[in-house]
Ligand binder design. Structure first.
Ligand code: PMP
Length: 443
């Protein structure tokens, strides 16, 4: 036992940690035992300012009483009910609440348990949609380099991260990738959406010319790619993708697992970015991460085509034991209520200019080669150490943690995405500690 009365694990061997350097961690464990508001606490009671909202997910801050009580109450009423051919009221209510937040005309919601499941569900819905409309030849899926859509076979295949794919063989066939929009020199240190790069959407025309529109089911992109280092779409890029998808009868899927639930100042990113997709995937902020839950919202016409177009019986042969799980649905409703009552998207918008200036103040820190931001997201890119990609940022991550601030690193990019309840003194501490860590690493 220790200060927080958290039992120390006797044995670190059994747990195979996800996406982790297990050997390093088990030799140098950094544990988190408790969370509240903007902060985590280690087992010995040290406070760590959360600069990442967990993993881009605890948008309303940690330990929210309203969410906890909703889960407790629901657990006492109905712990679980089967999801096939049976319903429970709270799942319907959660879906209706989500539909209030999605763009107009996207009122149908399918529940999953994670972002990865949402990605695979969205891809399957796209394929089923075309089939229901008699266009069975539309089977090609198009993603984007450096896209991340989770770890299921669909999302991994459509995703464009080499490191996530190479270990696992050939993956799905009939998948192509658009180029990512990063690396244009004139965009370096751009604030908000960069000016240059909308032309990269035209590559979709090349794929249509190559394969024929009649073979392409869907294009899937994150409006802002988060996990690969905060790649903000150039002005006009998403608009052009939308135009081309509409022109060629291709469904446009936005993976809003990160950009959903206020992260960029509107309930969904589609609203602020001014582009409406046909399908939106979500997870993370939906329940404030208190209980796992994901969802897929679709344009009503997509639902109608599948549900009305199917012969009598089950319309979509897809679903999870825990789709719309009562505890998760309760957490989701409580979370959305908090977002509404506290206008969390509005809070994010209000502090965004201060956040942006603070993030860009790191431009004068050593080894910083680019800074990108949008909403309450920022990516600070460091020059890699010679021959050792990722090590510089990892060193910065460890220094920050030891100095009481949690950041996330991906490659040599430090990604920040604090809870939307962040206030100016937190911003100052987060950016100040990061600056000191970058300077200490360079010294
Ligand atoms: N899509 C995006 C855009 C994500 O950022 C993530 C998680 N970082 C996922 C999908 C996968 O979500 P999960 O880890 O809940 O499966």
């Amino acid at each position: 036992m220790n200060e927080l009365n958290v039992p120390r694990p006797n044995n670190l061997d059994a747990y195979w940690m996800p996406y982790s350097d297990n050997k390093y961690f088990k030799a140098n464990p950094r544990m988190i035992a408790r969370a509240e508001g903007m902060s985590y606490f280690t087992p010995d009671g040290r406070e760590i300012l959360d600069g990442t909202a967990g993993l881009w997910c605890c948008n309303a801050g940690h330990g929210r009483r309203e969410i906890k009580e909703a889960i407790q109450q629901q657990a006492a009423i109905l712990d679980y009910a089967p999801t096939f051919q049976l319903g429970h009221p709270i799942a319907f209510e959660a879906a209706a609440r989500i539909a209030e937040l999605t763009p107009e005309g996207m009122d149908k919601v399918f529940f999953t348990n994670s972002g990865s499941e949402s990605a695979d569900t969205a891809l399957k819905i796209a394929l089923a949609y075309h089939k229901a409309r008699g266009e069975s030849s539309r089977v090609r899926l198009i993603g984007r380099e450096r896209g991340y859509h989770g770890v299921g076979f669909g999302g991994m295949s459509v995703g464009g991260i080499g490191g996530n794919r190479k270990q696992f063989g050939a993956l799905l066939p009939y998948v192509d990738h658009l180029p990512h929009t990063h690396g244009i020199e004139a965009n370096l240190f751009a604030k908000g959406q960069p000016e240059h790069g909308a032309h990269l959407a035209e590559v979709l025309e090349n794929l249509v010319a190559l394969h024929g529109a009649e073979t392409i089911a869907a294009v899937m992109v994150e409006p802002i790619a988060g996990s690969t280092g905060v790649l903000v779409p150039p002005k006009g890029y998403l608009e052009r993708l939308r135009e081309l998808c509409t022109k060629h009868g291709i469904l446009l899927i936005f993976d809003e697992v990160i950009t959903g639930f206020g992260r960029i100042g509107t309930p969904f990113g589609a609203e602020r970015l001014g582009v409406t997709p046909d399908i939106i995937t979500m997870a993370k902020g939906l329940t404030n991460a208190a209980v796992p839950m994901g969802a897929v919202a679709v344009r009503n016409g997509v639902y109608d085509a599948i549900v009305d177009g199917a012969p009598a019986g089950i319309e979509l042969f897809h679903g999870y034991t825990y789709s719309g799980h009562p505890l998760a649905a309760a957490a989701a409703i409580a979370t959305m209520e908090l977002h509404r009552a506290e206008d969390l998207p509005g809070r994010a918008r209000a502090i965004e200019p201060y956040w942006q200036e603070a993030a860009h103040s790191l431009r004068s820190s050593p080894n910083v080669i680019d800074i990108r931001d949008y909403g309450l997201i920022a990516g600070i890119e460091l020059a890699p150490r010679a021959g050792k990609a990722g090590q510089r940022a990892m060193d910065v991550f460890r220094r920050c943690f030891d100095d009481g601030v949690l950041v996330r690193v991906t490659g040599d990019i430090v990604a920040l995405s604090p809870p939307l309840i962040i206030e100016k003194p937190h911003v100052d501490r987060l950016i100040g500690t990061l600056d000191a860590a970058i300077r200490a690493e360079a010294a």
